[in-house]
Design a protein around this ligand. Structure first.
Ligand SMILES: Nc1nc2c(ncn2[C@@H]2O[C@H](COP(=O)(O)OP(=O)(O)OP(=O)(O)O)[C@@H](O)[C@H]2O)c(=O)[nH]1
Ligand SMILES: [Mg+2]
Length: 475
């Protein structure tokens, strides 16, 4: 039993006491109203946002004794009203109604829950908020959905919300956010993913809003990178990116843990521990950065050796999932990891290759690009891109079968410019063209002065190699 006063009630973290997969919290909130009013909208919001078993209002009579009682509970209906209110009525009536009610609702909720096909996967809801045009929003959401799928999640729902300027505190209006939260909770969502980078303050205030996990696009990408990194080098980079993302958000996370519910705010007790954790994190960051410098030195040695040998370097760059690793496999007969997932490659490989005219070269793969690459991630992987500097030729590989291929080209252009790599000779290559009309492909190729290939089926590879050798000879 948790007892509050006339101002607030502090509900501690109770999940470890829960048994089974109950869909409600197991908490019943009973409170009094001294004015002669029954259930208020705030009471209902608390019921829905906290997934309480029931919300009970006891009206207090002028002499201090208990009067009529009102009871509200979450409805198991997926459509229509999300809650039901009974009363005001006498205590006896409400009591009869109450027996067996909760287990009945839970059974019903369980029955209507997640289909078995997605069991074991995290059920997520995506939220995109911006002032962009509808199609722009949708294409961004599509990509977020791909990212979520790559992370092994099940996307149950997604929402777009047009807003000229983001709300500094909640990103969207408080009312809208409340509606989204209730929608998420009633669909039994495990996680909300925002299609943007949230500020520390936004994460805190959104997480304080309801008992639901919230992450942003950056965290999702970091999570994928974490799963994908195999080499020590890659692992250190990802860890570093994660810590740099976490550092400014530490205090926010701390107080979200010791969160106060019921719509009444109070500072969590975690503020000082956050300071300690911050210092620890800073120490770890310094250590990892040192380790990374060691890696850079080793790479530098290898690089020098490569330059001395005079072997030309061809690097395959492009948007994530374009087929870069597939192409490198095709060119060099290797068997690098290829997957229809974003960021399959985090540990780029380099392989020797002999071109048709007899030129020996080294061909290398790169980490895929994505639009709006989070700064923390970009920073940690920048060095691996800077190595592209010594390339004699860049093969810019583009998945022509992707509707957003023109945006992908722009992202690559922008990245190359930022890294000062736009002076290096570049060959534009369209991949996955076996999926498209030949005539159409030819037109696009002409416009972009590009070569069409299918890395998967091995089409156009000879032409690509010849063109590459020609370009290498030119300079
Ligand atoms: N239809 C078709 N699919 C292809 C072709 N080339 C590659 N793919 C597929 O595209 C997906 C991505 O290929 P990868 O080689 O992993 O792509 P990547 O560019 O290395 O991707 P990341 O490492 O994740 O950035 C895989 O499912 C491949 O089988 C092609 O020519 N045609
Ligand atoms: Mg790859």
């Amino acid at each position: 039993m948790i007892i509050g006063d006339d101002r607030q009630i502090v509900i501690p973290e109770l999940t470890r006491f829960r048994k089974g997969s109950s869909r409600l919290t197991g908490l019943r909130c009973i409170h009094t109203h001294i004015k002669d009013e029954a259930m208020t909208q705030d009471d209902i919001n608390d019921l829905l946002l906290l997934r309480l078993d029931v919300m009970v209002v006891v009206n207090v009579l002028p002499d201090g004794s208990a009067g009529k009682i009102t009871l509200a509970h979450i409805s198991a209906e997926t459509k229509g009203k999300r809650y039901l209110v009974h009363g005001p009525d006498s205590l006896e009536k409400i009591e009869t109604l109450y027996s067996g009610l909760i287990s009945q609702i839970e059974t019903e909720l369980e029955r209507k829950a997640t289909p078995t096909a997605v069991k074991g996967k995290q059920k997520v809801m995506l939220i995109h908020v911006s002032s962009a045009r509808q199609e722009e929003m949708q294409s961004s959401l599509d990509e977020l959905e791909e990212l979520a799928r790559t992370a092994g999640m099940y996307v149950a729902d997604s929402i777009t919300q047009k807003r000229p300027r983001p709300d500094p505190k909640y990103l969207i209006g408080k009312g809208k956010l409340k509606d989204f939260m209730i929608q998420a909770l009633s669909h039994d969502i495990d996680l909300l993913i925002f299609d943007t980078e949230l500020t520390p303050a936004q994460i805190k205030s959104i997480a304080d809003f309801a008992d639901i996990n919230v992450i942003d696009r950056t965290q999702l990408i970091l999570g994928i990178f974490e799963k994908r990194a195999n080499s020590r080098d890659g692992k250190v980079r990802v860890k570093l990116a994660q810590m740099k993302y976490l550092l400014p958000r530490l205090s926010a996370k701390e107080s979200a843990l010791s969160r106060i519910r019921g719509g009444i705010g109070l500072r969590g007790p975690g503020e000082t521990t956050a300071q300690v954790q911050k210092r620890m994190l800073e120490t770890k960051i310094t250590k990892l950065e040192k380790e990374l410098i060691e890696f850079e030195k080793q790479r530098e040695v290898k690089r020098r050796a490569r330059i001395r040998s005079g072997v030309k370097i061809i690097s395959i760059i492009g948007y994530t999932n374009a087929g870069k690793s597939t192409l490198l496999n095709r060119l060099t007969g290797s068997s690098l990891f290829v997957e229809d997932l974003l960021f399959a490659t985090l540990d780029p490989a380099a392989r020797k290759l002999r071109l048709p005219g007899g030129t020996n070269v080294v061909a290398s793969d790169t980490v895929g690009l994505i639009r709006n690459m989070p700064e923390s991630v970009a920073g940690a992987f920048r060095a691996t891109f800077e190595e592209l500097e010594e390339s004699d030729l860049l093969i810019n590989l583009i998945d022509l079968s992707d509707h957003s291929f023109e945006k992908h080209i722009k992202t690559t252009e922008k990245t190359l410019e930022e890294l000062g790599l736009n002076k290096i000779r570049r060959l534009t290559v369209f991949n996955k063209t076996e999926k498209l009309e030949k005539e159409n492909t030819e037109n696009i190729c002409e416009r972009h002065d590009a070569i069409a290939i299918s890395a998967k089926e091995g089409k156009g590879i000879g032409k690509l190699l010849m063109r590459a050798e020609e370009m290498l000879g030119e300079g």
